[in-house]
Design a protein around this ligand. Structure first.
Ligand SMILES: Nc1nc2c(ncn2[C@@H]2O[C@H](COP(=O)(O)OP(=O)(O)OP(=O)(O)O)[C@@H](O)[C@H]2O)c(=O)[nH]1
Ligand SMILES: [Mg+2]
Length: 1076
């Protein structure tokens, strides 16, 4: 039925020219005054794709066409204009995103080229944040790869409208030798794949929307139920409508077919208009029929569907689009024998091609000359960008929700504050370019350029004062480099010389100018339009444009929100696909250069959006990068630009985590005294008992993923009064705290069924209930107060039974109860402040020791007992009892031991709070060691493509590196295999190099940080059971297992003691029988 309808529509259009409008025409190009609104002619776009799919090559052609003579068309595709760093040219990969302003038929197109290598994925985030549209490239020969997924997700998260570019179509003809029909099937396959990816994002969003609505419904009273249901069903239906449309459809004009290398590309509308007159059909009808299962019957001059075609005809896309392309390529590749055919084609297309090019010996040059004149790629791309991608006004109306997600404003605030906040938000939403509107800009990264490259002249050609002097007067470090902010103005107008607030992500706009801690005032020293490496000075830049800002280097570390009013929410932070995991320690070759290195590191930290610079506990300078290529670039920059000294670089420091085995210790039972570890402080006044158990893994995951949100809920702005806050948050339609709460509860429940599959379900039910109940007792999270470990307050059972404080009078012994602060903030329990009898000194002291217990917990979770790495997924229950007199001592003895009488805080063992802290730490460590500790390692998701003949070698390399292969797939139509595997980060160093060497450069991997995984080996294994003893003997000859080796390596690196067998009297084995 559906098919039939489609056929009929097409026919109607064919015969009656039914005026179907398929392009999204440029709307509302005029403003009220009748003048054209310049903002309507701006497009901010980025190019996104997997590595090597041809982004920079495509950018070259766009620059050649719209860059006002910056690049000669002959150089396009060869120069890679935006890869202006020497290492980018050398390695032929892009390492940073860079922007250029182009012109096309009165439109300003700000183009950002981004890197495809996963190490530089942060640059994709910065590019997407500033763009409204994205060109997503797919190499049709390689197909969809992991970074294609990643960039589509990034575009989706940032609410950037994507368009699709099928690139490298020439490879289907020349390399894969496909027929047009085969090529069509392949293109269709990729299109389906890409659309499916977007559909999964849609359904994820749909599910999470429904979840949050259901969450509210659960909380809401019965009376509100009906309203909710109605709301829900209306939401659902709108989603369904949206879902029915594919994100990319050639007939809707958002797909370009291209070959960036040869400089050609087209949308199907080009062929629709070409054939309209010839076939006597309307352009609109042809546009629909040129993609999909439509067939042209020459006799009847009708377009029909598959059934009516009789199975003999070729789809119209094959017949009318691909076949002519193939003909040109066939003729071109034949050299002189194809000349005649080529001339015919050229004539029929009415092209003028210089004879010099046509007679060139290299058929590639001839093909390029013909194709790039017939179907210029820049026209196809630019027209798509202008037709389909939104201008800043439309885009910002949509994207404002991403920038300022529904902030929970306390309605009790003053009306002026609320007005000011709403005004700023409205200005961003409408992309208000009135100079009187509040100016708001977002800086997505800082970048450094050598000072010599800064323009010497101002916007009006006037000579500028020497910037070096200006910088040194500002105290800017490193006068060789100048820091510019890569930004976009979202509302108002930014002027050179303007004073502006630099708001940090923690800024609380409801406090206005009083929130001095999170805002600084800077002066915009200079504004530049970016032209790749070059900069063009500007006097002012209005809303909707990209800009480089000079003068804010000292205020901004990596990103910031700029605003002329303090009543502006800081923009939501960007999301990054990976984390900086590759760490190395650095030191200058000459110790005297330490100062230069520290300065250089500071500059590097500012200039690179992703690198993390830190000082380790042992005093080493450590930098963390996303991967090997990123690290190499950072070190090169340090050596050559920022520090200018020789460096010694350590072997990679791999991060590990520590946990305990799940099997035996998933229970939260603190009642068993045998499972508790007891320690007493040195002065004997505080007894600490610790129980540790492993968190259900889903709970660990939620805690890890919600780090930012937890940070905000637990430690940030405007949440002064817990109870008020909870009441305020509840009942909000998008209640992040409520959502997190339900996620935590759900995680505590579902997981046990999976983790303890072998246990009886009834028991696991009880267990899971225990976990859910325990969520009401969260005292603290660690390490650094937001990590994936939980400190629980002692349960009621413990309170009454285990420690039995009632045996003695409460004046002698006080139980430290702890306050479940985290649970309180999350709204898991009511925070009732206990009425402490202030007169009781011991009770007051007990209360003051709570912070020491938390500090002890933070210390332990930051550095575990195996190799001082952070702990992961553990729940500690700490019971502490404070005694009036030290354990085992009479009151009189105690009095005698301290000279100044019974002063409880300071004694001969040092401050009491410190003693409690260390005892807690020791007890926690001991508890963990007693429960089968395990090492946790980071895993990469690894994708390798290799030709069949090198499959064996590739598996050899993967096997040696403990990789776990997930799937292998033959890529259709090629002899290439794609293998997906998990690989420990610790084993991944030099993988790309080794693979390339073993496969003569045919295989190269892409590594993306995936998850943390427990190594299922006991690092302290000694044979115990009969079978083990039989197999391994007494264990002395058992080689150390991987876990132990990794632990020892980390300990050695950190200078911690390592148990090693040292051969003391090694003698060379001699053959006794000697020849004399
Ligand atoms: N055959 C063919 N090769 C192409 C085409 N487009 C680009 N290439 C080649 O693909 C390689 C990579 O091109 P780039 O433009 O550097 O790719 P990229 O996507 O910018 O790569 P990264 O920035 O490193 O992610 C170069 O060798 C190009 O010559 C094409 O249409 N056909
Ligand atoms: Mg590139």
């Amino acid at each position: 039925m559906g098919q039939k309808e489609k056929e009929m529509n097409v026919e109607v259009c064919l015969h009656f020219d039914g005026g179907c409008v398929l392009h999204t025409a440029m709307t509302e190009a005029m403003d009220n005054s009748g003048l054209e609104d310049t903002r309507r002619r701006i497009r901010n776009i980025c190019i996104l794709a997997h590595v090597d799919h041809g982004k920079t090559t495509l950018a070259d052609h766009l620059i050649a066409a719209g860059g006002a003579g910056l690049l000669h068309p002959k150089q396009a595709g060869k120069l890679r204009f935006l890869d202006y760093r020497d290492d980018e040219q050398l390695r032929a990969i892009t390492m940073k995103s860079s922007s250029i302003a182009l012109n096309y038929q009165g439109h300003v197109i700000n183009l950002i080229d981004s890197p495809g290598h996963v190490d530089f994925c942060s640059e994709v985030s910065t590019a997407a944040r500033l763009s409204d549209g994205a060109l997503v490239l797919v190499d049709v020969c390689e197909g969809v790869h992991i970074q294609t997924h990643a960039v589509l997700r990034q575009a989706w998260i940032e609410k950037v409208t994507p368009c699709l570019v099928f690139n490298k179509i020439d490879r289907l003809i020349t390399e894969l030798k496909m027929s047009p029909a085969e090529a069509y099937t392949r293109l269709q396959g990729i299109l389906v794949q890409v659309n499916n990816i977007i559909n999964t994002f849609r359904s994820e969003k749909y599910l999470s929307d429904v979840d949050s609505i259901l969450g509210v419904a659960d909380n809401a009273s019965g009376a509100e139920d009906n309203v909710d249901t109605e709301f829900r069903s209306s939401q659902e239906s709108s989603h369904v409508e949206e879902d029915e449309k594919d994100a990319f459809a050639p007939d809707r004009g958002n797909v370009v077919f291209a070959c960036a290398l040869d400089g050609w590309g087209f949308r199907i509308n080009h062929f629709a208009s070409l054939y309209a007159a010839k076939l006597g059909a309307s352009e609109a009808a042809l546009q629909r029929a040129l993609w999909g299962d439509y067939y042209y019957i020459p006799k009847t001059k009708k377009i029909v569907g598959k059934k009516a075609s009789g199975g003999k005809l070729k789809p119209m896309f094959v017949q009318f689009v691909l076949e002519p392309l193939w003909q040109v390529y066939d003729a071109g590749m034949q050299g002189s024998s194809g000349q005649e055919m080529l001339s015919k084609i050229i004539k029929s297309m009415n092209l003028s091609i210089p004879a010099r090019d046509l007679q060139h010996k290299d058929p590639k040059v001839v093909l390029q000359a013909v194709m790039s004149r017939w179907l210029p790629i820049a026209n196809a791309i630019f027209s798509m960008v202008c037709d389909v991608l939104p201008d800043p006004i439309n885009a910002q109306a949509d994207r404002v929700l991403r920038f300022f997600p529904d902030e929970n404003v306390n309605e009790n605030l003053q009306a002026e504050v609320l007005m000011a906040l709403a005004k700023t938000k409205q200005a961003v939403k409408t992309c208000d370019n009135d100079p009187k509107a509040p100016c708001v800009a977002f800086v997505s990264k800082m970048f450094a350029i050598p000072i010599d490259l800064l323009p010497q002249k101002g916007p009006n050609g006037e000579l500028l004062p020497d910037i070096r002097e200006e910088l040194s007067s500002l105290g800017d470090v490193g006068h060789r480099e100048c820091f510019l902010a890569f930004a976009r103005v979202f509302s108002g107008v930014l002027f050179a010389g303007q004073r502006i607030w630099v708001l940090s992500p923690l800024h609380d706009p409801t406090k206005g100018e009083h929130d001095r801690k999170h805002m600084q005032e800077g002066i915009v020293q200079g504004l530049y339009m970016m032209m790749g490496r070059g900069l063009e000075p500007k006097q002012s830049v209005s809303a909707g444009n990209l800009v480089a800002i000079r003068g804010l280097g000292q205020f901004i570390l990596k990103t910031a929100t700029l605003a002329t009013t303090p009543y502006c929410w800081p923009f939501q932070s960007m999301t990054f696909q990976a984390a900086p995991i590759m760490r190395v320690a650095l030191e200058p070759s000459d110790p005297a250069d330490l100062g230069a290195l520290t300065r250089g590191l500071r500059l590097l930290n500012r200039a690179d959006p992703f690198v993390e610079v830190s000082l380790s506990a042992t005093g080493e300078h450590v930098i963390a990068a996303a991967g090997e290529v990123h690290l190499e670039r950072c070190i090169k920059d340090l050596k050559e630009r920022f520090a200018k000294v020789d460096l010694e670089v350590s072997a990679p420091l791999v991060a590990f985590k520590e946990t305990i085995e799940m099997e035996k210790t998933g229970s939260l039972d603190t009642a068993k005294a045998s499972e508790m570890i007891e320690k007493t402080t040195a002065n004997g006044r505080c007894i600490i008992r610790v129980h540790v158990s492993k968190l259900p893994s889903a709970l660990t995951k939620v805690l890890e993923e919600s780090g930012d949100l937890l940070q905000r809920i637990l430690h940030e702005r405007g949440i002064e009064h817990d109870e008020d806050h909870r009441l305020f948050m509840e009942g909000k339609p998008q209640d992040p705290v409520g959502a997190l709460r339900s996620r935590l509860v759900a995680a505590a429940q579902i997981d046990l069924a999976e983790d303890n599959m072998r246990k009886i379900s009834r028991k696991s039910d009880i267990e899971s209930q225990k976990w859910v109940n325990s969520l009401e007792r969260i005292w603290s999270l660690g390490p650094r107060h937001v990590g994936p470990n939980i400190l629980l307050t002692p349960s009621k059972v413990a309170d009454n039974d285990t420690i039995k404080p009632s045996e003695q009078s409460s004046a002698e012994r006080v139980f430290i109860k702890g306050i479940p602060r985290v649970s309180g903030r999350l709204g898991m329990c009511n925070m009732t402040t206990t009425d402490v009898e202030q007169s009781n000194a011991l009770l007051i002291e007990a209360e003051s020791l709570e912070s020491s217990i938390i500090a002890g917990f933070q210390l332990t979770t930051a550095a575990g007992p195996l190799c001082e790495e952070p702990m992961w997924g553990l729940a500690f229950t700490i019971e502490a009892v404070l005694l009036a007199t030290p354990k085992g001592m009479q009151n009189d003895d105690f009095m005698r031991t301290s000279d100044n009488g019974p002063t409880p805080t300071v004694d001969q063992y040092g401050p009491f709070s410190g003693q409690v802290m260390t005892t807690v730490k020791e007890a926690c460590r001991a508890a963990m060691l007693a429960k089968s500790p395990r090492l946790v390692e980071a895993m990469y998701f690894c994708e390798v493509s290799t030709p069949t003949e090198f499959l064996g070698q590739m598996y050899g390399v993967l096997g040696k590196r403990r990789a776990r292969v997930l799937k292998e797939e033959m890529r259709e139509g090629t002899d290439m295999f794609t293998v997906h595997a998990y690989m420990p980060v610790a084993e991944s160093f030099g993988l790309a190099y080794e693979l390339r060497r073993k496969t003569s450069g045919a295989a190269s991997p892409q590594l993306v940080l995936s998850h943390w995984e427990e190594i299922p080996l006991d690092p302290f294994f000694v044979p115990r059971t009969e079978e083990e003893l039989e197999e391994f003997g007494d264990g002395s000859s058992v080689p150390q297992n991987t876990a132990r080796k990794l632990i020892d390596a980390v300990r050695r690196r950190k200078g911690l003691p390592v148990e090693e067998k040292v051969v003391q009297h090694a003698t060379k084995q001699r053959t006794l029988a000697r020849k004399v």
